[in-house]
Design a protein around this ligand. Structure first.
Ligand code: BGP
Length: 467
């Protein structure tokens, strides 16, 4: 593997090697320099018990203070690109209105530092972190928030678009729908399918409006979205299982993939929403905007498959409506697990996604924008030289990369691979339970950074453009 001639899996020239992170999970400095509160700051204030070990978002990994050191480390481990996100409530503390000049300065410094180090910054506009002032008026349920987001997006393009050439309107937009309005793992912790639908719809509309605004500015870059395209595999080929998987896919993947790439919503989903009486409120002209402003580039986040079967029992008609009225989840016997996160590991999933994009979504330009393995208690793998021997992560990445490589051989338009994540960070309600980074962060030593074995390995992969 150290010898270039021994490379078995070679990647195309210019392949993007790097990682991804988000503002709230890394920056820290949640209450300084004029940043407004977002839903995470607020939720932690009122319910700290919901966060692993009671650790909140106020400090996280201190990227706000340590970005120079961190970007240097990224360069050291072979990054040529990195996805960050802008914190809306740092840039515009109330969500609408005044722009925080301290934030402008911070993001300018960060972006410039990336470019100075030969790392292309990919920038996301929304990574789960709704400004609290906007959540108070209903967050994505309220159309005013769509307008506020459009202004925020335009502000970002105007401020940073001269240097940032890859923008992403949302990260995993289905997750705030699931977490905030169905399954109780994001604030505001409501269980309300009608609101969930409205939130999803407004998010898509907001994305299309941001894309439109971006194109009006003629900034000569690309704009897209990052989706977690968890494939839905049926338990069997029995038509009932297959139907369950198709509907599950419509709820959780195609709900955002189809409007983002094709400018239209999946027929199966619309049918169910109509039948069950949950259509969102749509205004005249919306569909036109969605149709005419599809993405240039798609980020694909992939962690685990979703396995689905036909319903075992008749659903309770009195229970609140949930997508699971149409399918049940299925734990495949013999599946490989990451026991820490409780997620199945199924490497071929990444290939299936890329093949689907090639065959059914005009082989849109894409990249693996997140993939990774969260592990609890990694300190026990630290050797006498202080390096965490995370061979399991190297195996996880290489097994996925082999499938990405196969997809490329078969004509997939996939341009890069970003690990989740660069350094251990704050994973929402799991806080620092599971560690995902190429670089460890020691919370007991002021966040001291140490490159793990996987980071050293990745450097060679990136240098050799293969392994
Ligand atoms: C994705 C998110 C990331 C990140 C990752 C790991 O869904 O885009 O923000 O957190 O998952 O998941 P978790 O933090 O829940 O372990």
């Amino acid at each position: 593997m150290s010898n270039i001639n021994e490379i078995q899996y070679r990647f195309p020239e210019g392949f993007w090697w790097g990682s991804a992170a988000s503002a709230t999970q890394t920056e820290g400095a949640a209450n300084v320099d004029g940043k407004g509160k977002n839903i995470w700051d607020h939720w932690y204030e009122i319910e700290p018990n919901r966060f692993f070990d009671g650790v909140g978002p106020e400090k996280t990994s201190q990227f706000y203070y340590k970005y120079k050191e961190d970007i240097k480390l990224m360069k050291e481990i072979g990054h040529n690109s990195f996805r960050m996100s802008i914190s809306w409530s740092r840039l515009i503390p109330n969500g609408v209105g005044e722009v925080n000049q301290k934030a402008v300065e911070f993001y300018n410094n960060v972006i410039n530092k990336f470019i100075e180090n030969g790392i292309e910054p990919f920038v996301g506009l929304f990574h789960f972190d709704m400004p609290m002032e906007l959540q108070k008026i209903g967050g994505w349920t309220n159309r005013e928030v769509v307008d506020a987001y459009e202004v925020y997006a335009r502000t970002c393009f105007e401020l940073f678009g001269d240097r940032v050439k890859k923008w992403f309107t949302h990260n995993e937009p289905i997750v705030p729908v699931e977490g905030g309005y169905l399954y109780d793992f994001h604030y505001p912790n409501e269980v309300d399918f009608q609101k969930a639908v409205q939130v999803g719809y407004h998010t898509i509309l907001a994305s299309a409006k941001a894309i439109k605004a971006y194109r009006q500015l003629n900034q000569d870059g690309k704009i897209g979205i990052v989706l977690n395209l968890t494939p839905s595999y049926p338990r069997s080929q029995n038509p009932a299982d297959v139907k369950a998987s198709v509907l599950c896919d419509a709820f959780f993947n195609r709900s955002f993939l189809d409007p983002s790439v094709k400018g239209e919503f999946p027929e199966e989903l619309v049918q169910i929403l109509k039948e069950e009486g949950f259509m969102p409120v749509v205004e005249d002209g919306d569909m036109e905007i969605i149709k005419n402003n599809t993405i240039d580039i798609l980020g694909v986040n992939y962690y685990q498959p979703r396995r689905v079967k036909a319903k075992e029992y008749l659903p309770n008609p009195e229970a609140p409506f949930m997508p699971e009225r149409y399918f049940d989840y299925y734990a495949m016997p013999g599946r490989k697990m990451n026991p820490h996160r409780g997620w199945e590991i199924y490497e071929k999933g990444v290939y299936d996604i890329l093949t689907n994009l090639k065959e059914n979504y005009r082989n849109i330009e894409c990249f693996i924008s997140e993939n990774g393995m969260g592990v609890e208690g990694e300190e026990k793998f630290r050797d006498e030289n202080g390096i965490i021997q995370d061979d399991y992560r190297i195996e996880f990445i290489s097994e996925h990369l082999k499938w990405v490589n196969k997809a490329i051989q078969e004509g997939s338009n996939v341009k890069g691979y970003h690990l989740w994540t660069f350094m251990d960070n704050w994973s929402w309600t799991n806080a620092y339970k599971n560690r995902y980074g190429f670089v460890s962060v020691n919370l007991n030593k002021d966040g001291e950074r140490t490159i793990k074995k996987s980071g050293h390995w990745f450097k060679k992969v990136s240098k050799n453009n293969g392994f």
